[in-house]
Write a protein that binds this ligand. Structure first.
Ligand code: CA
Length: 349
């Protein structure tokens, strides 16, 4: 039977000590009760306990409850907690190449990201760049294509981005800076007030569902698409390597499959809830939903290339991942052209 060697070994490992239980702690980068993100992780913890028949209990702490949100990676790396959930681009300062594991501007959508992780060598590279930190990553969630953001003036040409103060993190922010804008870093809780008071001119957040809940339609007139800067943001489950090694094979398998499940589950939730929220934003709140002009997207794509090339020169690991990512993206685009893209074009009226 396929994989029997490993499966049979698992059974042996389990029967050696079938009653040992593990009490783990998990920290996340998300606010308490954050819809979809934190909710799905609370559910994953319940699932792990049930599937392991109580042998793996994971107590979940939202961002700030045990450690500050952005300390999640360090906490897992140091082993003060066994698990974490967040997005890899939060660790860009520590592991620049990690950004490819969540989202880079003009990167791949969820479909391409998952194909790269599970079948194109992406996950192996991810394990490699986290290895020195004693952290083992799993893809565990995807936001789908995010929205481009909320603006109070129309974006019709590149000049309209000059001097624009926009909340947009990471590499997307660097691209905006190249276009003459000013990227601003703000936590989720600060965005609405900053936009409403005019401290910032524009902001991106997630997609229709989360943006509606934050009330951004009350602070800006125009809602632009697509989210060129975050086309398929992957979320991550991270596990401390030492804690991982202590797990018997069957519990390892349960964690791995739970991560795969939440990867799909969260993505599906985003898609389903975004559909409904977009309709409400348009029909109930009369939001004007607009596409970025093709010329603007084209220019942003060129600036993105410059930003990524500059980062690649600074860090060999970034370059290694960038090369793999780019090759897969190119191949994926060629396949999409005659699969999803061709089919979606055929659906147009
Ligand atoms: Ca975002």
């Amino acid at each position: 039977m396929l994989g029997c060697d490993k499966e049979c070994a698992s059974v042996t490992a389990t029967t050696e000590n079938p009653t040992k239980t593990f009490q783990w702690k998990m920290v996340t980068t998300w606010p308490p009760n954050f819809p979809i993100f934190q909710e799905a992780i609370e559910q994953m913890s319940k699932d792990l306990e049930m599937m392991s028949n109580g042998r793996l209990k994971v107590q979940v702490f939202a961002g700030g409850e045990l450690v500050p949100p952005l300390e999640t990676f360090n906490a897992v790396s140091q082993g003060s907690v066994q698990m974490g959930h967040g997005a890899a681009y939060y660790w860009a300062g520590k592991v620049p190449a990690a950004q490819f594991m969540s989202a880079v501007p003009f990167g791949m959508t969820a479909k391409g990201m998952n194909a790269w992780f599970y079948g194109g060598g992406g996950l192996e590279l991810w394990r490699k760049i986290y290895k020195d930190f004693n952290v083992i990553p799993f893809p565990a969630g995807n936001t789908g294509v995010q929205m481009g953001g909320w603006f109070n003036k129309k974006i019709e040409k590149m000049e309209d981005l000059k001097g624009l103060k926009m909340r947009i993190p990471g590499l997307g922010g660097k691209v905006l800076a190249k276009a003459g804008g000013t990227p601003v870093l703000l936590a989720g809780g600060e965005i609405y007030t900053a936009l409403e008071r005019g401290t910032i001119d524009a902001t991106e957040w997630v997609g229709p569902f989360h943006d509606e809940r934050l009330g951004l339609y009350r602070a800006a007139k125009y809602y632009y698409y697509p989210g060129w800067h975050e086309p398929g943001t992957t979320l991550e489950l991270i596990v401390n390597a030492k804690a991982w090694e202590e797990l018997p094979e069957d519990l390892k398998k349960i964690v791995e499959v739970a991560a795969r499940s939440s990867n799909q589950w969260m993505y599906s939730q985003f898609e389903a809830f975004n559909i409904k929220a977009l309709r409400e934003l348009k029909e109930k709140y009369k939001v004007e939903v607009l596409p970025f002009p093709p010329a603007v997207l084209k220019e942003l794509k060129q600036l993105t290339q410059q930003v990524l090339d500059e980062e690649a020169v600074k860090d060999p690991a970034f370059k290694e991942v960038y090369d793999s990512f780019t090759q897969f993206k190119t191949d994926n685009a060629a396949w999409n052209l005659i699969s999803d893209d061709a089919y979606n074009a055929a659906l147009q009226p």
